[in-house]
Design a protein. Structure first.
Length: 203
């Protein structure tokens, strides 16, 4: 299997080379709190939580957050961030491709974990997301849009890997997931690309 491994991410955090890190929570969290998508008491998982800005924002919104990352340095930053704000969340050092929760979640916040995985892992990851959610649970997805010219030659480049909407429809099929109608909100990312904000419901 191709793509970055745990040591790659560990090094990035240890050396503070984190261009994806907004230094703040994802801007879509606020609208999702305002429109009732995110509510106090919601059991939500954050796969690939990184330095934990989103984990803290969700915890402060009253959600019961489980943060998963396999890079120890990421979890250390998340732990410190939570402690500084006297907030709490469950932290799991684990591989998102194999980890299983004790019971399914109400929601998942998928912010640049999927696009950090090489496409060789996407089918397995899509199945994990489905397993982690209870029926009726929601996948709050920020789908990274970063197609490069080399894709026209069939090359796969990343991370981040471009999350093509047609590929997402194939991996999260309408038989298992309820898709809202497009167009989707476009959320700017500081590294110059955009993310599509999509809320899917697990059937
Ligand atoms: C691009 S960063 C995004 C971090 C955070 N979500 C954000 O938006 O700032 C990708 C994160 O996913 C984690 N990650 C990548 N592959 C993983 C895997 N297979 N299992 C667990 N964590 C993984 C990395 O350690 C890193 O923290």
């Amino acid at each position: 299997m191709h793509g970055p491994d745990r040591d790659f991410w560990q090094q990035r955090f240890a050396q503070r080379q984190m261009p994806w890190d907004r230094g703040a929570p994802g801007p879509q969290i606020e609208p999702w709190i305002a429109d009732g998508t995110l509510t106090p008491g919601l059991r939500i998982a954050v796969p690939g939580c990184g330095s934990g800005h989103d984990v803290l924002a969700l915890a402060e919104a009253g959600c019961k957050v489980t943060a998963i990352d396999y890079a120890e340095a990421a979890l250390t930053l998340t732990r410190e961030r939570l402690a500084a704000a006297a907030a709490t969340a469950d932290l799991e050092q684990a591989d998102v491709l194999t980890w299983q929760p004790a019971r399914p979640f109400d929601a998942l916040y998928e912010q640049t974990c999927w696009c950090a995985l090489h496409p060789d892992h996407w089918q397995a990851y899509a199945l994990q997301l489905q397993r982690w959610l209870r029926p009726g649970g929601r996948l709050l997805m920020l789908a990274m849009q970063c197609q490069r010219p080399s894709a026209a030659e069939g090359r796969v480049e990343g991370p981040p890997y471009h999350m093509d909407i047609q590929m997402l429809r194939a991996l999260l099929p309408a038989t298992q997931w309820s898709w809202p109608a497009a167009p989707y909100e476009r959320v700017a990312h500081p590294i110059g690309w955009t993310e599509l904000a999509i809320v899917l419901t697990r059937r």
